[in-house]
Design a protein around this ligand. Structure first.
Ligand code: G3P
Length: 227
């Protein structure tokens, strides 16, 4: 995972489905190539195969279960995701929370099958505990700011500063991301300035009148900061 990185979580926004969702994914893929940035897309789970087949971006799943093929009704096996061409898995999003034991199992399975693991943590303390499992990345996301348009980098900068310090004290290899309320170039730049290595974003892109422009604005903020 090259940093800085942008991960777009489509959640289950209506705009993430069908051709409109594919268009957003294609914007992300174009901007990723144009700016030389890693931009990953996590579409609605029901759209995974269509995005993998018709969009060039690296596709992540929004949630998975620590199981493999077999009698696991309704589950999402990590091994099947790998076989489909999924590149990474978001784990423990605040809208899909797991027990620490399940988080550890999923991080291990993702590693076993060569998938990137991005684990969400709502506090720096939980981030430090999760870091012990050795995921690829940890996203610091205070739930109360998710979908609010009030960026964690503006309203709760200490979460990023303390989270980076806590996680990096366990392993400097773990990428630390910031998410929740990120809505402008300034929010992105501030998140990077506070020590994060990228952002996890949903509504600012998915609910935008021009999602492609928002993706490009965020990419420009990342490139400008990295100069
Ligand atoms: O996964 C990222 C998401 O939870 C952040 O949501 O809408 O505040 O960007 P949003």
């Amino acid at each position: 995972m090259r940093v800085p990185v942008l991960i777009i979580n489509f959640k289950n926004y209506r705009e993430g489905y069908g051709d409109r969702g594919l268009d957003i994914c294609r914007y992300a893929s174009r901007v990723s190539v144009e700016y030389g940035l890693d931009i990953y897309v996590a579409p609605p789970t029901l759209m995974l195969m269509r995005f993998i087949e018709h969009c060039g971006a690296d596709i992540y799943v929004q949630h998975a279960d620590p199981v493999t093929y077999g009698a696991y009704t309704g589950s999402i096996p990590v091994e099947a995701l790998k076989d489909m061409g999924v590149k990474g898995v978001i784990i423990n999003h605040s809208e899909k929370q797991l027990e620490v034991r399940q988080i550890i199992e999923l991080v291990d399975k993702a590693r076993q099958y060569g998938l990137v693991s991005v684990v969400c943590a709502d506090t720096p303390v939980l981030g430090k505990i999760i870091a012990l499992a050795g995921p690829t990345a940890i996203a610091l996301e205070p739930p109360e700011l998710i979908g609010s348009g009030i960026a964690v980098s503006r309203a709760r900068p200490e979460i990023i500063v303390e989270g980076v310090k806590s996680i990096k004290s366990i392993s400097r290899d773990i990428v630390v991301l910031a998410g929740a309320g990120i809505s402008s170039r300034d929010d992105v730049e501030k998140a990077l300035r506070l020590g994060s290595e990228g952002v996890l974003v949903a509504s600012a892109i998915m609910k935008a009148r021009d999602p492609g422009k928002v993706i490009e604005d965020f990419a420009q903020a990342m490139v400008n900061y990295s100069k």
